[in-house]
Design a protein around this ligand. Structure first.
Ligand code: SIN
Length: 535
């Protein structure tokens, strides 16, 4: 019997655990906090799939590729869109009650979808409905569940993953051996000062996979959601609100997306997020306003009951006044590189959900494709686990590229050639005097999050990335004693990887916007990040 260790209790982890158990695997599921405390639970908008007669998998495929800014993998997107409808039917069998109207399943519209195709549950509580149905389903299976148990590191023997070191709530680290480990630890929004993610989203699986030698990819592609409420905790205000007709206004009350994109508020997410960011900068940091007043109090309370409560708790009556919003880090489109069956470059290691980089999102994820991606590729991973197909084609482990300290200011060897490569005056080699730095200060999480927000946020450039890299190099990872220190170590590793990836991609693409990309330079004059007034 294949012994499978699943790390993470969101849709990807729960789905893999259920389906692998059904296929005869012996499954242990560990979660960092309580089983249901995951990014999945906070997903509002819904799940996209081509389920209606006026829609097709081909349309969904085209929309996903268009949104991905030319960098999505067509083979992965094909799988996503073709297999999506069957996975949504699975969810219904698992007990998810999607909202229904008189003519059957209700569907919403979100940015960059050419058709309304977003199923939702409880209005704006789709993630919570999926999470609770899957938690109930997994509890009915012979899956051993260990809560408050965190992944520290993977155990690698002879180039294959054979288990993991796990930290329990009392600070004890134990080794758990398995034939396969599935990483489903979610995203890493906590890398940034402003995020819509819960506190558990510290990228633990991606960091551990990288330390173990797995290939990671696309870490420069962090999706920033355009409409987080500019209030403590920056809670998400779903794109579905704009899909229902809410508009964005500047502080003088004028609509501010009309001149930016033909689809205005429903332009691709990266376009809207950057426009909001720039508008805030132009108005000295004052938040942009989301105006949902035309939708009316009764509709807002019925269609978005959770949001209605969040907005009102923050002191706003959004049926009568426009509310302040800001972009916030929302979703990691990169992660541990996988094939179409969730297999990573390390034998014995799988990744699913937000932890994985399957290639479906490219540089900009289409709204409401994330829950679908998790279900589709977790299902395939479970089938591969049951078939014992753990060996992915060999790929190269990801090295951390060097970010030159003076990048973006002047060539490193102005007037001459690099003594290491003998050619370029502006190299990215590691020089002798830069080796063996001995960082003495332990990483400060809040400073790291601020640094990432300023230097690797909605706009980046080489000089800012080089300065961020130097700051990160001056910190050392703490010894792992407890959950907090284990997370800080992961955040530091991921921050370094993200900065290096953003530095290496010199051209702008989707959510990765380089103001020093010559093609973009004209579009962004001021380098300073707006200081958010209200959050
Ligand atoms: C939202 O509801 O706006 C977020 C949905 C998503 O991230 O796909």
């Amino acid at each position: 019997m294949t012994r499978v260790l699943v790390v993470g209790g969101g849709i990807g982890g729960l789905w893999t655990a259920v389906k692998a158990a059904d296929a005869g695997c012996a499954v242990v599921l560990v979660t960092k906090t309580e089983l249901a405390e995951t990014n999945t639970r906070y997903a509002q908008g819904g799940i996209a799939a081509a389920l209606f007669p006026d829609d097709s998998a081909d349309r969904h495929f085209a929309d996903t590729l268009d949104a991905g800014a030319g960098l999505a993998d067509p083979a992965a997107v094909r799988v996503l869109c073709d297999e999506g409808p069957a996975r949504v039917r699975d969810l219904i069998r698992f007990g998810v009650e999607f909202d229904r109207g008189e003519s059957g399943l209700e569907r919403g519209l979100e940015a960059a979808h050419s058709r309304p195709r977003i199923l939702h549950a409880g209005g704006d509580a789709t993630g919570a409905a999926i999470e609770s149905a899957l938690v109930a389903t997994v509890r009915r299976r012979a899956v051993h569940i260990a809560e408050r148990t965190m992944l520290v590191d993977l155990i690698v023997e002879d180039g294959a993953v054979v288990g993991a070191r796990l930290l329990d709530e009392h600070g004890a680290v134990t080794e758990h051996l398995a034939d396969a480990v599935v990483l489903a630890t979610g995203g890493s929004g906590c890398l940034y000062r402003h995020t819509t993610n819960p506190a558990v989203a510290t990228g633990d699986g991606v960091a551990a996979a990288w330390r173990a030698g797995a290939e990671v990819a696309d870490l420069e592609f962090t999706q920033f959601h355009p409409t987080a409420l500019a209030a403590p905790g920056t809670p998400l205000i779903s794109e579905a609100v704009r899909g229902e007709g809410a508009v964005l206004r500047d502080r003088d009350g004028l609509r501010c997306m009309l001149d930016v994109h033909p689809d205005a508020e429903l332009a691709p997410r990266d376009v809207v997020a950057r426009a909001v960011w720039r508008q805030m900068r132009a108005q000295g940091g004052a938040p942009v306003l989301l105006d949902a007043t035309a939708l009316g109090a009764e509709f807002l309370a019925r269609r978005f009951p959770g949001l209605d409560a969040v907005v009102r708790d923050a002191g706003f009556d959004w049926s009568r006044e426009a509310v302040p919003i800001t972009p916030a880090a929302h979703y990691a489109m990169g992660g541990v590189a996988t094939d179409l069956d969730g297999r990573t470059s390390l034998p014995g290691l799988y990744a699913v959900g937000e932890t994985a980089r399957t290639g479906v999102h490219g540089a900009n994820r289409l709204a409401s494709n994330s829950l679908l991606e998790a279900a589709v590729f977790a299902d395939r991973a479970a089938r591969a686990l049951a078939a014992g197909r753990s060996h992915a084609p060999a790929q190269t482990p990801t090295a951390l590229p060097h970010v030159p300290a003076n990048a973006g200011t002047s060539p490193r060897h102005a007037g001459g050639t690099c003594p290491v490569n003998g050619v370029s005056p502006d190299c990215s080699c590691v020089h002798e005097e830069e080796r063996d730095q001995d960082p003495s200060e332990s990483v400060d999480r809040e400073q790291l999050r601020e640094l990432m927000w300023q230097a690797v946020g909605l706009e980046r450039d080489a000089a800012g990335l080089a300065a961020a890299s130097a700051r990160l190099d001056a910190w050392r990872a703490p010894d792992v004693r407890d959950r907090r220190t284990a997370e800080d170590r992961n955040l530091l590793d991921l921050a370094r990887l993200t900065v290096a990836a953003a530095f290496a991609r010199r051209e702008s693409a989707g959510a990765h916007f380089r103001t020093d990309d010559p093609a973009q330079a004209a579009a962004s004059a001021a380098p300073a990040a707006p200081e958010l007034e209200a959050a």
